[in-house]
Design a protein around this ligand. Structure first.
Ligand code: ZN
Length: 87
């Protein structure tokens, strides 16, 4: 699994208290994964990481359609980082 760098989260622990300082529970990990996909942060999303590059946009479309475009766990963005201009 790719290492997830520190991300400003809206909440550190979920209401059930299953998240702790060391990690996220599966529910929150899934939310975070979807947030990474929303942000096109492919390297940090476990799901996207496993998805061929040419299918990631479709994956994102699917996530947004199913779960909505709002970020679930992270503080909404994070000024868009531009790595390289060319595609
Ligand atoms: Zn949790």
């Amino acid at each position: 699994m790719p290492i997830i760098a520190p991300i400003p989260l809206k909440q550190k622990m979920c209401p059930t208290g299953r998240c702790d300082d060391l990690g996220l529970c599966p529910d929150c990990a899934a939310k975070l994964d979807r947030d990474m996909i929303r942000d096109r942060d492919w390297e940090r999303s476990w799901t996207a990481w496993q998805t061929p590059a040419d299918q990631r946009e479709a994956l994102r479309t699917h996530v947004v359609a199913r779960y909505g475009a709002r970020y679930e766990l992270i503080v909404p963005p994070a000024p868009r980082r531009r790595r390289h201009k060319e595609s």
